[in-house]
Design a binder for this molecule. Sequence first.
Ligand code: ADP
Ligand code: XUL
Length: 605
Amino acid sequence: MPPPLFLGLDCSTQALKASLLSAELAVLGELEVRFDADLPAHGTRGGVLHGPEGSGEVFSPVLQPLEALDLLLERIAAAGWDVGAVRAVSAAGQQHATVYWSSEAPRLLGALDAGGPLAQQLARAFSRDIIPNWQDSSTAAECAALTAALGSADGLADATGSSAHRRFSGAQIAKFLRVHPQAYADTARISLVSSLMTTLLCADGEVKGIDESDACGMNLWDMRRRVWSEQALAAVGGADTAALRSKLGLVETDGGRVVGHIGKWFTQRYGFSPECVVLPGTGDNPATFLSLVLRESEGLLSLGTSDVVMVSTAAYTPHPEYHAFFHPAQIAPPSADGAAVDGAQPGPLRYFNMLVYKNGSLAREHVRDKYFASSWQRFNDGAERLRPKSAADVPSRTAFWWLLPDIIPANAHGVHKYEGQDADTAAEVDAFADADAEALAILESQMLNYRSRSAAILGSPAGLSRAYVAGGAGKNPTICAVAADVLACPVSKAVEWDGDSSQWAEAGWNACSVGVAYKARWGWEREVARQKGDHARASIGFDELIAEIRRARRAALPADALAAADAPDDEGVANVALPGPGAGAYDDAVGWWQALEGRALAAGN
Ligand code: ADP
Ligand code: XUL
């Protein structure tokens, strides 16, 4: 028998991506289908279509992910991936986006003909021909109704992990009911993109349950009682809450539970093994979180177009400013609205908080263009010249660049700069006399923001114990160094030993699809143990298994890999920046910065 392989899929906004992994978690191959370029008939840009000007509607065609899966499987076959050796698969999907199944779905899903592609056979399986995208902002009225139903933004955040957000599924479902009541009534089930993918992979006639971590992005799941919130259901679907409850279905509370086997359509058409198991899909952000195996109190700074900060925690810490999610790979205790579980031993509940900032790279680029002739090198040189060299170099300047109304703090807008070590008397200035301060001030301010809020989440002034960085700006060494100093913790990245060039290199793979491939690997390990009657092993934790595999990988590395000067302490993870001599300068800066943030908010735009 060939060695087992594992597949992770990432169905995000612009592309469907696949990663193929070995049992030792080596990434053996990656392939993708880009929606705009590869499925041009839909005329999408950035994977989406827009409603009438001013409507705020952003959506994609419901058949887009199906056509993409058809094409991806063709590409996998053409690339010669040994899909017959794939033992487990799991998928990630863009968060919040809802998919509406018709009552014909089970029959069509159960009767797929391997002679033809998926999309055309499932065209009638949906009661809505679009999937509202996470960028949609057309649901202001529905958000207001949801907030009112739970009493306040705090009340909704406390119950569901987030205050009302226009992209969240609850408001989107409510709008569908308002605008298309008949189509809503004709909807048999509602999936998220992640559970759509799980359903397609199984194609066994059953619409699969929503994953509990991804359910937290709906404003519908009561995170304290771990059931669908009766009040939220009523606000979204009307008095007959049982109807919406049954459309939403049972939630998957064990992220490593086998929810089915790969469908006959896949085995007959592409040669997958009927033994290949399918694990619940999860959201794309939770999946990225899994690829880095964040331990409690560790964080991930994803510095892309916007900055997204994820903080791993042991406690439920809801707040109207940000999102609380369940950990995406845990064995949670059974729930009244949960799917039946296979007797695995539940572990303690774990969570992560996600903070989304619109003015991330966008604002940094603006400062670079305005003061540093559009050069990252000059921007970095400016920041480096002024970085604190010792604990005595306490910062005296900070800047808030809210070019777009931000999410955190809610609707913060305008540009505000301050100079002075006393927050009450610091002068608000238009520009710093020393232009190099512009670079350092924005970086420090962003990192003090992440430190201040992650410390509040963790309930400890020390804040994060480690910060992983990802995304375009994570490549910038000055940004990583300032992050290490301000956050007062190591800044790390995923790395791999490249046997060909005999060096350690930053892992270039797609974190999201790799994260769910890890989940597939975890689910398979447990399923094999379950079949052998090894109950302890069948309940092994995700982190524990990944650490075990990484230790084995490390032991198998060639001597030159371990002897290399930059060999990481942990297999798979290397520090790219450590707190330097100036880090102590920030110890007392958080309170000063918070007070100035208050002043900037009060000043408005
Ligand atoms: P997304 O996934 O949101 O498309 P990426 O993760 O590719 O974004 O990151 C893109 C952003 O990275 C750009 O907005 C750019 O400002 C930023 N970026 C790229 N290179 C650098 C650099 N050397 N220093 C700082 N920021 C950078
Ligand atoms: C998260 C969010 C986006 C999508 C992108 O709340 O809306 O990051 O998950 O795919």
